[in-house]
Design a protein around this ligand. Structure first.
Ligand SMILES: [Zn+2]
Length: 494
């Protein structure tokens, strides 16, 4: 789930607060020295303030406190960010019962992984054919409202359950508005007005925006160089960022990327209306073919290659993040996972269960990175105990703020004596039940941290009203695993 933060109403950059000045004036301080962090992300040009360490004893006794990159014992973090294209409610349930739960499902024993999806509010596509083998038209893909109605609901109740339960954490812009003739569009600003109202009334405040679709999706925003995206142009009739950003959209995916892993996923974006948001990378392709075409790898067919043993090992070795772009429901007639791509998922589960790779939903990965990169903390020693005080997240894009416990989930500090170290938010002790003390890891150092989110492997489809659960004719004997993949086809060939 997204974390609500104290948010400023304006979007001007805020200078970082001078912690040094404030701490220096406290009476107990006898020594102050700083460590300066550097932004490690590609294309990240934000300037980080110093982290601050203070002590009423010798500085050397606390100098050993440093921030671990990932929650103990993990060495890397990965999420799968799947686009809603081609999903139906049945497909969604089939896919996420397998990925998220530990139930026996049509696809096998559930993997129990924290993998969230995206959803559409509206469907305004004229794509012909069907998005499943039951004859569901593309206009009737899984969506909140029925096609372009702003009153008739389609899968709203189920989507509410999945958003609240954590199986959905992203908006696939405001819908699927892709037209066969890309010069046409059915998009209008009123869809954003309706969506924002629904987000407020039904607590659907997600903060991730997936900017995907063809040139008919004129309400997209996030790529200032785009010639078709008009969602952040205040003079355009398709202007919506004035509604969507205040409604909570803070993280935008907007461009392809052929790097499987990165030291940091977030980079700042200034929209054309001046609003500031974070952009984030997703692994979408393997670069270009000899003919200059993008070699997209974001279909389930390529999941095994995306999640290859080499990729996962390199990620762990380099201590990096990865966000895999996918279209898990994208195929019209085939089961999503089989053969190599099923093996990729099982490989991922094994890395997670071995404590090497933390697999989590995209929103949690992004919030964790934000906290880990920009956390300001101070350290003191009193009565023989080391206190680590999380002071603020010096977010250079969205604004500085005191962190909540939710934002600090997973934050881990190396400390010489975990048993004699305590964690605070400001000067408030983090509850012992939310604190974890860890033995030495591969670096030889012990650590203390805020407990990561509890595993959640319950079956959310049981929460749905019975009539929304999988129809009986779709829960019969498992379809034989297909061995031949029909690549997500071009327009009209479904
Ligand atoms: Zn998409």
């Amino acid at each position: 789930m997204c974390v609500r933060r104290a948010r400023r109403d304006d979007h001007r950059p805020r200078r970082f607060r001078p912690w040094i000045l404030r701490v220096v004036t406290t009476a107990t301080l006898t020594a102050v020295f700083t460590q300066t962090s550097t932004a490690r992300g590609d294309e990240v040009d934000v300037t980080l303030p110093s982290r601050l360490v203070s002590s009423d004893q010798t500085p050397a006794s606390v100098a050993t406190v440093t921030l671990r990159k990932f929650p103990y014992p993990y060495r890397a973090m990965l999420s799968i960010a799947s686009d809603a294209d081609g999903l139906t409610l049945s497909k969604f349930m089939l896919i996420h019962r397998y990925l998220n739960t530990d139930e026996h499902t049509l696809l096998g024993k559930g993997l129990g992984l924290d993998i969230a999806d995206s959803y559409f509010f509206f469907i305004g596509t004229d794509r012909p054919g069907f998005c499943d083998s039951y004859g569901t038209r593309w206009a009737d893909q899984m969506s909140y409202f029925s096609r372009l109605s702003t009153t008739d609901l389609h899968n709203a109740k189920a989507i509410q359950v999945f958003v609240h339960g954590g199986w959905i954490d992203s908006l696939h812009s405001l819908g699927d508005f892709s037209m066969q003739n890309e010069k046409n569009t059915r998009f209008a600003r009123r869809f954003a007005v309706t969506a924002v109202n629904e987000m407020k009334v039904n607590r659907l405040a997600l903060d991730i925006w997936i900017n995907h679709g063809n040139r008919s999706n004129v309400g997209n925003f996030g790529d200032p160089e785009s010639t078709y995206q008009k969602g952040d142009l205040s003079e355009s009739k398709y202007y919506v960022s004035d509604l969507m950003v205040p409604a909570g959209i803070h993280f935008i995916w907007t461009r392809r990327d052929s790097d499987f892993g990165r030291k940091a996923m977030l980079y700042p974006i200034v929209l054309r209306d001046g609003r500031r948001v974070w952009g984030f990378y997703r692994f979408t392709d393997d670069g270009y073919s000899d003919k200059g075409q993008v070699l997209w790898n974001w279909s389930p067919l390529k999941l095994g290659e995306q999640l290859s043993a080499v990729h996962l090992q390199e990620l762990e070795k380099s201590g990096s993040y990865s966000i895999i772009a996918q279209h898990l429901g994208g195929d019209a007639a085939k089961l999503p996972f089989y053969g190599d791509n099923l093996e990729g998922l099982v490989r991922l589960m094994r890395e997670y269960r071995a404590g090497r790779l933390l697999v989590t939903r995209t929103s949690r990965l992004l919030h964790y990175e934000l906290a880990q990169r920009f956390l300001q903390y101070s350290v003191d020693v009193k009565g023989g105990r080391v206190g680590i005080h999380a002071r603020e997240i010096a977010d250079p894009v969205l604004g500085h703020h005191v962190p909540t416990l939710a934002e600090l989930r997973g934050i881990t500090f190396y400390t010489a004596h975990p048993a004699r170290t305590d964690l605070y938010i400001g000067n408030t002790l983090v509850a012992p039940t939310e604190t974890v003390r860890n033995p030495r890891d591969q670096t030889g150092s012990a650590s203390i941290g805020v407990r990561w989110w509890p595993a959640q492997t319950g079956d959310l489809t049981h929460v749905l009203p019975e009539k929304l659960q999988m129809p009986s004719h779709r829960t019969g004997p498992p379809t034989p695993m297909p061995r031949v993949w029909q690549e997500d086809s071009s327009w009209g060939s479904n």
